[in-house]
Design a binder for this molecule. Structure first.
Ligand SMILES: C[S@@+](CC[C@H](N)C(=O)[O-])C[C@H]1O[C@@H](n2cnc3c(N)ncnc32)[C@H](O)[C@@H]1O
Length: 444
């Protein structure tokens, strides 16, 4: 059955898909999360929020709409505090299963216990009324809300894209429709219009009483030729690049600030309902510079390049202590012979990352990776601390226990080392290295 894209099950069933996936959406790498929840973005946004709070002269509530893992909120709370801002951060999501997982995550629960963070089930398109200055964070949210598909023909006629998802691959059909103001001036092509994002902005403006700032971090559109069908990313749920130019035309009553340079990969956009000179100044100086995109580009270059200590360390020192990026670049760092100064810089990074590590089950065991890097540098206490976190978060893996035992033994903590080996042998009684070491150490 052919349906206009925004009314198709791809979008109308999106919340059920997220509810069904729960945290698996991120822990199994189905939906990307690193860019939109990174400490650098939290830092940029904290600065923008502080500027906005100065403009409006009242306390602000920050709502992360579609909060996913909650990792952004975890980074944001201390960054707001560091700027002396008394703001409550609300982690809001349409999927109750996410809400439950967020409130049970120990680091978020600890922040909630101090009153700095709360949790809410919220539909971005039908929010509950609220008063006071509010900042809405929409990170990979607008790409997940309904999009309509239009085709402009070479003669300027506008057609609407209808999709039949019961066919594999999906079948598309195009039917004549009225001209659309948000597409005016466009040449021939196929376009996705973020009608859901426009509906969300309209709902926020009419439901929330008080000055609003919305910060949207999302991917942009990949241009499509006139005869190509629209491009949707499929990751059990679907998402579409956000046409912020079309969105700005649809967003009545909002002032749109776009980034200094356009990108179809990732960009931060700001929408405000009030005059905000401090915010605008901060936008020019920082928010609009798309630092997260540059970070990602540099990260990908470094992953692909021959390891270079100065380049890797210099980069990591700009990430605001992002443990995930550090863990991913750690194998490269472990290949290098570092001089004493470089080793000292890496140990500082490994130590500082401890405070910034947010735990949710994911494919990469970040604490283990950081533990073996610290171990290789001879920073044994630090290695032991990271191994301990790996055991707590990911369970008693033999390689973690073995490395823990080796670090403890080097520090002369023979009893602790033997105890770690015994735990390992309970799980894997025939582990040859553990058996040999336990024999050797317990008879010494
Ligand atoms: C692609 S994920 C992004 C998660 C997180 N913001 C991030 O950047 O990692 C989209 C999130 O939005 C939520 N979501 C989808 N539709 C929503 C709606 N109408 N209102 C609120 N949340 C919604 C989903 O449950 C999911 O957690």
């Amino acid at each position: 059955m052919f349906t206009p894209l925004h009314q198709s099950p791809l979008f109308t069933r999106q919340h059920e898909v997220y509810e069904g996936l729960g945290m698996r959406a991120w822990s199994e790498g189905i939906v990307p999360w690193r860019a939109t929840t990174c400490p650098l973005l939290a830092d940029v946004e904290a600065e923008l929020i502080a500027a906005f709070a100065e403009d409006v002269g009242e306390p602000v509530t920050v709502i992360d709409v579609g909060a996913g893992t909650g990792r952004l909120g975890f980074h944001l709370v201390p960054k707001l505090e560091a700027r002396g801002l008394k703001a409550t951060v609300v982690l809001a999501d349409i999927a109750p299963s996410n809400g439950r997982a967020l409130s049970e995550q120990p680091q978020l629960a600890a922040l909630a216990a101090t009153g700095r963070l709360t949790f809410e089930v919220l539909d971005a398109l039908h929010p509950t009324p609220r008063r006071g200055a509010t900042v809405l964070l929409a990170h990979y949210l607008f790409d997940s809300l309904p999009h309509r598909a239009f085709r402009v023909t070479s003669s300027g006629e506008v057609l609407e894209g209808l999709v039949d998802v019961t066919q594999t691959p999906w079948a598309w059909r195009y039917e004549a429709t009225n001209p659309r103001a948000e597409l005016e001036g466009r040449g021939a092509g196929t376009f996705l219009v973020p009608v859901g994002a426009a509906q969300a902005l309209a709902a926020w403006r009419s439901t929330f009483e008080g000055p609003l700032l919305a910060l949207a971090a999302d991917k942009g559109v990949t241009p499509r030729g006139p005869l190509e069908d629209p491009l949707l990313a499929q990751h059990e749920s679907v998402s579409a690049g956000v046409d912020f130019t079309a969105l700005a035309r649809l967003a009545d009553g909002w002032v749109h600030s776009s980034p200094a340079s356009a990108s179809d990969v990732f960009a931060l956009h700001a929408f405000t309902t009030t005059a905000a000179p401090q915010l605008m100044k901060c936008w020019r100086e920082r928010g609009g510079r798309n630092q997260v995109l540059h970070l990602l580009e540099r990260f990908n270059e470094l992953l692909a390049a021959t390891p270079d200590a100065e380049a890797l360390l210099g980069f990591l020192e700009t990430t605001h202590d992002d443990p995930d990026l550090l863990a991913q670049l750690s194998p490269h760092l472990r290949e290098l012979t570092l001089d004493d100064r470089q080793a000292g810089r890496l140990v500082s990074l490994l130590a500082r990352a401890g405070e910034r590590h947010f735990h949710f089950k994911q494919q990469l065991d970040v604490p283990f990776s950081l533990g073996i890097t610290a171990h290789g540098l001879g920073a044994l206490q630090l290695a032991i601390a990271w191994y301990g976190r790996s055991l707590a978060e990911s369970g008693a893996h033999p390689s973690t226990l073995l490395n823990l035992a080796l670090a403890q033994k080097t520090l002369g903590r023979v009893d602790d080392a033997c105890a770690a080996l015994e735990v390992l042998l309970e799980a894997e009684p025939e582990h040859p290295r553990a058996k040999a070491l336990l024999d050797e150490w317990s008879s010494a």
